[in-house]
Design a protein around this ligand. Structure first.
Ligand code: FES
Length: 346
């Protein structure tokens, strides 16, 4: 298993008034935002609200988007936006304290954050809410954060939706009152200590055939959602907190291996060789140690980098087939090159 490490420093920060040139620039540019509020939302869950220090409007976002936060220690972590996209003056994320995690959530819970600035990249969205006649939302634990924003939008638009939200117990389930106010039925909010595991298969089987299923939560919930949708043929969109266990013989098993290729870091002005037994990220870090990264397994999106020339060999768990075909950016922690030479905007 790859051990997540801390980058040597955060990505360059720009003043919020400096307009990035493209969508990719906007997603990949860091800005310093002020922590305005930290609020307990449930046992072990806090929400963190960020604003521009000068009160300026923040870039737009849509449900499913997340931010990369650079923590005071320099760790970079990803958190889904769960506030209201109509509020252009603040971003809100929610963080579950995970004592057996990689340290980022504990740091956020244990640090006095209000009044500090954090470097933030994004919003970026690899979990977009696509138009559909109806929706089934499946959420487990802190997986409710992107789903809350989706429910809010669909409810506001008068769309058809059904929710199944599970958690360890009532105390640990965040945003229950808000979900009920949006129209969730009490029977859709099901703490495990009372109701057991969610009946995902039943919820999917009962959904109209053209409903789109959105799922976010622990791996067991996502696997169950995948199996349920495979049986019924429903379209499933999901977001993982971690990488999938690689299937035997899959590309993921070969991360860090492959053909040798050259990479030019255009802004740094160097060309490097990526040998078969090293990752592109590790070679880049030799000369550009402040390049941001987090999971090193292709699921968090922190290392997303613009590709200026060449053909990326995508090996991440994030991009859709369309995004891969477009090839405008790549995850350099796992991605390699299909062309002998790759030019990156670094
Ligand atoms: Fe997480 Fe590359 S560091 S996708």
């Amino acid at each position: 298993m790859t051990v997540a490490t801390t980058p040597a420093g955060p990505a360059p920060t720009v003043p919020s008034s400096a307009a990035p040139a493209t969508d990719a620039d906007a997603r990949l540019t860091a800005r310093a935002l002020l922590v305005k509020q930290v609020r307990a939302e449930a046992a072990d869950v806090v929400s963190i609200t960020l604003t521009d220090p000068d009160g300026a409007e923040l870039p737009e976002w849509q449900p499913g988007a997340h931010l990369d936060l650079t923590l005071p220690s320099g760790r970079i972590r990803q958190y889904s936006l769960c506030g209201d996209p109509a509020d252009r003056r603040s971003y809100t994320v929610a963080v579950l304290r995970e004592v057996s995690g990689r340290g980022g959530s504990v740091e956020l819970h244990d640090t006095a954050l209000v009044g500090r600035t954090l470097d933030v990249r994004g919003p970026r969205n690899h979990f977009e809410l696509r138009p559909a006649p109806s929706y089934v939302f499946l959420a487990g634990g802190i997986g409710i954060t992107p789903i809350l924003a989706m429910v809010r939008q669909v409810a506001r638009e008068g769309g058809s939706w059904r929710l199944l939200y599970g958690g360890r117990d009532c105390r640990h389930m965040a945003f229950v009152d808000e979900l009920l106010a949006l129209g969730a039925a009490p029977g859709q909010i099901l703490p495990q200590d009372v109701h057991g595991l969610l009946d995902l298969a039943g919820a999917v089987a009962q959904a109209p055939s053209d409903a789109v299923v959105y799922a976010c939560g622990p791996e067991g919930l996502l696997r169950a959602a995948e199996e349920a949708c495979e049986r019924t043929g429903h379209t499933l969109c999901l977001e993982r907190f971690g990488s999938q266990a690689p299937k035997e013989g899959s590309v993921a098993q070969e991360i860090g291996t492959g053909e040798q290729f050259e990479v030019e870091l255009r802004r740094t002005g160097v060309t490097l060789v990526v040998p078969p037994d090293r990752t592109l990220l590790s070679v880049v870090l030799d000369v550009a140690p402040s390049v941001p990264y987090s999971c090193e397994e292709g699921y968090c999106g922190t290392c997303e980098t613009k590709v200026l020339e060449g053909v990326a060999d995508h090996r991440d768990d994030i991009f859709t087939p369309e995004e891969r075909a477009r090839g405008a950016t790549m995850m350099i922690c796992v991605g390699r090159s299909k062309s002998p030479r790759l030019v990156l905007d670094l």
